[in-house]
Design a protein around this ligand. Structure first.
Ligand code: MV4
Length: 509
């Protein structure tokens, strides 16, 4: 087993990985940028090295800098977390060259699956259903011919793409030339490769993904599905497992397809096989994410498996500690991504100083967080600060627990999207499980802070007043420890001064 692991990441995921290392008795090495000097992952690690300024290209994305620290600190292996270098096959090569184990799939599998065209060809050949379209690169002429055959609307997608970049919707032949030109230039700019393919545009669809993990001894196991349709501009906001749309028969087929995709690509380590699921319960392979994902805790809470510990073990050459038959997911788990974004202001990033934080806890609640009182939220990185994950015996118990936990969240100094989550979790369609990938953008609108629908013109004045109230910097609730702040805020109650007709348990704030 490894003695020391370098974690080439920051924020909550760096902490998550280090916690697994510590439980396994493995020493941890952090890397950090200037603006992360006081970050939690730096304090948690056994050793930490400054690697450069805030912009990711000069720090967390710099392969030479990360490799240099790994060598100097004598780390045996490198865990890339998600984002940054996690899906960079050249980084996996660089690790190998420096004789550091990359905790992830082989570079060859990363390259095969990173190209969506070769991924479709490989996974399709294993019998997994594909969206009607091409598994070959197309130009505008070929795209128009194929679209004529499968019927409009179609999507033009970048082979090097993923996560929504380099995609164009084409509803009729007139739009084809512009769409192909636009997608190709966007893909070239973003990925350095402008190859395109065509697919029938399926709508409405759900986004359902299957967690897999494989060892280097030919064992591959599927750990259940996650429903990820609650997203906005390709950013997931809420994930849950199991999916309300997946019954036992469908699950068995989707999990078998995911294992077939892993085996066909000679996959090793943790990965996620993404599918689209239509309203007739047909599923179609989309792509494979060759990393640990943000939403992995949802699967951990239902299966009891520590995915990061398992990633480390299989990267060290061990066999998976379980078989497919051992996996019996129990209950229901939901994750809300907590980010520094103002849901009342089109999810604008809300950066700066965090004056005070109190995070939820209690039965069935997990908080994977990089927040602390006094934290600075830098501008250079993703605004996701924490993940709140709740488990319950069934979906409604998990949701009730999540509502309870969200109400416990206190973050003073910056805006967070907690109010969005509370409103979503009260939405009838969400509660019935009736949603698709277009739900948030097409069917959900954020109410104003006092709970009134924003679009009601008659309430404009009230909304503006509420807005101004919200904008005023909140009083810092940092208690002095002797209750004086509470008393000064006029919130201290005794039996004598108790206001009439207000129950003790009634919220006063
Ligand atoms: C699709 C699709 C409908 N039909 N492909 C968007 C990101 C990329 N990874 C795949 N995406 C989609 N591909 C076909 N043939 C709809 C989407 C899509 C989507 C997929 C997953 C999660 C959120 C999404 C939001 C909008 C569109």
């Amino acid at each position: 087993m490894f003695k020391k692991i370098l974690i080439a990441n920051r924020g909550e995921i760096a902490l998550r990985v280090m916690r697994a290392c510590r439980e396994l008795g493995i020493a941890t090495v952090a890397v950090y940028s200037d603006v992360d000097r006081n970050a939690l992952h730096v304090r948690y690690a056994d050793e930490a090295y400054l690697i450069g300024p805030g912009p990711p290209l000069e720090s967390y994305l710099s392969i030479p800098k990360v490799i240099k620290v790994a060598k100097a600190a004598k780390a045996d292996a490198i865990h890339p977390g998600y984002g940054f270098l996690s899906e960079n096959a050249s980084f996996a090569d660089a690790c190998k060259k420096a004789r550091k184990v990359f905790i992830g799939p082989p570079a060859k599998a990363m390259r095969l699956l990173g190209d969506k065209i070769s991924a479709k060809r490989c996974v399709g050949a294993a019998g997994v259903p594909l969206v009607p379209g091409t598994d070959e690169e197309v130009d505008a002429e070929a795209a128009a011919r194929i679209a004529g055959e499968i019927g409009y609307p179609v999507l033009i997608k970048a082979a090097a793409g993923g996560g929504g970049k380099g995609i164009r919707l084409v509803s009729d032949p007139d739009q084809m030339n512009d769409a192909v030109r636009g997608a190709a230039s966007e893909a070239t700019a973003a990925f350095g490769h402008g190859g395109l393919f065509v697919e029938k545009y399926l709508s409405p669809v759900r986004h359902v993904e299957v967690q897999v993990i494989a060892d280097r001894h030919g064992n591959a196991v599927a750990l259940g599905e996650r429903e990820c349709s609650i997203q906005r501009r390709h950013q997931k906001l809420v994930e849950e497992s199991p999916s309300v749309a997946v019954d036992d028969d469908l699950r068995q087929r989707m999990l078998a397809a995911a294992v077939a995709a892993a085996k066909a690509s000679n996959y090793e380590n943790a990965g996620t096989v993404e599918f689209l699921l239509d309203s007739d319960k047909n599923f179609y392979f989309l792509e494979v994410n060759t990393r640990l994902q943000v939403e992995h805790p949802v699967t951990e809470l239902c299966t009891g498996i520590d995915l990061v510990a398992e990633q480390i073990r299989v990267a060290a050459g061990e066999r998976l500690s379980f078989t497919q038959e051992d996996i019996r997911p129990t209950g229901h788990a939901i994750e809300c991504r907590i980010s520094a974004e103002d849901p009342y202001n089109s999810f604008m990033p809300s950066l700066g100083h965090v004056d005070w934080v109190e995070e939820p806890s209690g039965p069935g609640v997990r908080v994977d967080s990089s927040l602390f009182s006094g934290a600075e939220i830098p501008y250079h990185y993703d605004p996701m600060l924490a993940k709140l994950i709740c488990w319950g015996p069934d979906r409604s118990a998990a949701i009730q627990r999540m509502v309870r936990a969200l109400r416990e969240y206190v973050v003073v100094g910056i805006q967070t999207n907690v109010p969005f989550h509370l409103q979503l979790l009260a939405d009838e369609r969400f509660l019935r499980g009736e949603f698709h990938t277009g739900f948030l953008e097409a069917e959900f609108s954020m109410a104003s802070p006092d709970g009134q629908p924003e679009e009601q013109a008659a309430l404009l004045v009230a909304a503006v007043l509420a807005h101004q109230k919200r904008r005023r910097p909140p009083a810092v609730a940092a208690p002095a420890g002797d209750g004086s702040a509470w008393k000064a805020a006029g919130r201290e109650r005794t039996l004598e001064n108790r206001p009439p007709r207000r129950g003790w348990h009634q919220r006063t704030g």
